[in-house]
Ligand binder design. Structure first.
Ligand code: ZN
Length: 236
């Protein structure tokens, strides 16, 4: 199972994508205990957008528990505030700069691409799509001195054309936000949102349970709300 986090910040922010450091510590303890009790449990942690809050809050807690994560960074917003996100008007969050990405990589975290400027890739021309995917890969590889082979689609949105260009420019793997959606190129993830707890994670890990069915229903409802109106301050 692959989990998708966004921000880990102590302050209150608009929307459901922020996870407080206290909640994060509890969830990590739960994950670390699960891994200790069952070697077959596979839980990977990913963080979208490459926020500086990852270094400020999540990084130390992960290291303490011998855990690492994959960070999907936006090459066009390094060191800048998240003005691509409408909710940033009220509570902007800075992205890591190049040096901070290198620090995160030196702590064992993988840095992969979340495109250049966080646009809905489905609506772009082939040239624009190429820029978002290829430029991001090249810029991040230059910063890290390592191959960037995975692409996480902004808002989790993609189509056949997006996958095709992603392959063309050299990615080996794509990531969506749909837990049940996986294929030979694009893989699914479970979003972790402000309301998630060890209990809801347990339900996700046990997909046949009643709790898991409720989780899927909740996710679908939230996703529908997000698509219905940006005023919901939902971003991915
Ligand atoms: Zn994102």
């Amino acid at each position: 199972m692959v989990l998708a986090f966004h921000k880990v910040e102590p302050r209150l922010t608009w929307g459901v994508t922020n996870y407080s450091p206290d909640q994060f510590a509890k969830l990590l303890d739960f994950i670390a205990d699960l891994k200790l009790s069952d070697n077959d449990v596979s839980i990977e942690l990913t963080f979208d957008d490459g926020y500086k809050s990852f270094l400020d809050h999540a990084d130390g807690m992960l290291t303490e528990r011998n855990l690492t994560a994959t960070i999907f960074a936006l090459s066009g917003y390094l060191g800048k505030r998240n003005t691509w996100d409408y909710s940033s008007i009220l509570a902007p969050s800075p992205h890591m700069n190049a040096e901070e990405l290198r620090i995160a990589a030196s702590h064992g975290h993988k840095i992969q691409s979340h495109t250049h400027t966080h646009r809905d890739l489905r609506s772009l021309s082939k040239t624009e799509l190429h820029t978002e995917l290829a430029d991001s890969k090249a810029i991040l590889e230059d910063i890290l001195g390592a191959e960037v082979s995975e692409i996480c689609y902004p808002f989790g949105l993609y189509n056949d054309r997006v996958e095709e260009v992603a392959r063309e420019v050299g990615y080996a793997k794509g990531w969506s936000m749909n837990p049940t959606d996986s294929g030979p190129f694009t893989f699914g993830r479970w979003g972790i949102y402000a309301y998630d707890t060890p209990l809801t994670l347990w339900a996700k890990l046990n997909p046949d349970s009643f709790g898991a069915k409720l989780e899927i229903l909740k996710l679908r409802t939230t996703s529908l709300m997000a698509r219905a109106g940006r005023f919901a301050f939902w971003t991915e």
